[in-house]
Design a protein. Structure first.
Length: 240
């Protein structure tokens, strides 16, 4: 909800079924959306988003079963396959989506798989909501897991890289704040350039690695110490 509302979605159009903790109520007071206590109070909604842990999924689905006829249901839980959602909820239109944490600032990347009965108008309705959180990409369900790993786990990988880059800056005389600002600013700018450029990232790298220069020496050191392999192994480990 935070990403939706802070990026322009009308809080009055959001209804949240709260859990046992008071977190939803506190967030509702802060952001202005309505919090209800019973699933039946979601009856007038058009689209239902499920964001619960895997252990809680089936319990939530069983509660929702009585009110989901004619609605669109999108589950953000990793284990929520299309077939399982259909099995529990019945013959309704369902989707499985995996977002990443930058959805909080409207710069997210979310992969989504729709059930075969989702029509174009249904997809546009979901996209019109998810568009407030960043990019939404439809993929086959057998690619959703690896897409979620590449886009979903990697913010943590990037955070580690930014921290290491900042440490290196401090080692060579920068104060900590400036080192972090430089590393974070670089990550934002380089990502924006990679997104908007007609060149692929390999060509963009070549543009700044002049012969015998400092950048190519740094790239060579990354290769020597296994940076590329470490990233691939990190994704492999996350996929296990």
């Amino acid at each position: 909800m935070t990403g939706l509302i802070k990026n322009g979605f009308n809080a009055d159009e959001i209804i949240v079924k709260g859990g046992h903790s008071n977190h939803a109520n506190l967030l509702g007071e802060q952001l202005g959306f309505q919090v209800v206590k019973k699933v039946k109070q979601l009856e007038d909604t058009d689209v239902i988003f499920i964001a619960v842990g895997a252990n809680a999924l089936d319990g939530v689905l069983k509660e929702l079963k009585e009110i989901v006829a004619g609605k669109l249901v999108v589950a953000f839980t990793g284990s929520a396959t299309i077939s399982h959602l259909k099995q529990v909820l019945g013959d309704i239109k369902v989707a499985h989506a995996i977002p990443n944490t930058p959805v909080k600032v409207g710069a997210g990347f979310t992969g989504i798989t729709y059930s075969s009965d989702f029509e174009d108008a249904d997809k546009k309705k979901v996209a019109s909501i998810m568009g407030y959180t960043g990019q939404l990409v439809e993929v086959p369900e057998n690619q959703l897991g690896i897409l979620g790993t590449v886009a979903g786990c990697s913010p943590a990988f990037l955070d580690v890289f930014i921290e290491a880059l900042s440490d290196a800056g401090v080692k060579h005389g920068l104060n900590r704040k400036l080192a972090y600002d430089a590393a974070i600013g670089m990550a934002i700018g380089a990502s924006k350039l990679a997104k908007q450029s007609e060149l692929n990232v390999s060509a963009l790298k070549d543009e700044v690695t002049s012969p015998g220069g400092s950048t190519i020496r740094g790239v060579a050191a990354l290769e020597e110490y296994g940076f590329r392999n470490a990233v691939i192994k990190a994704v492999d480990a996350a996929e296990e």
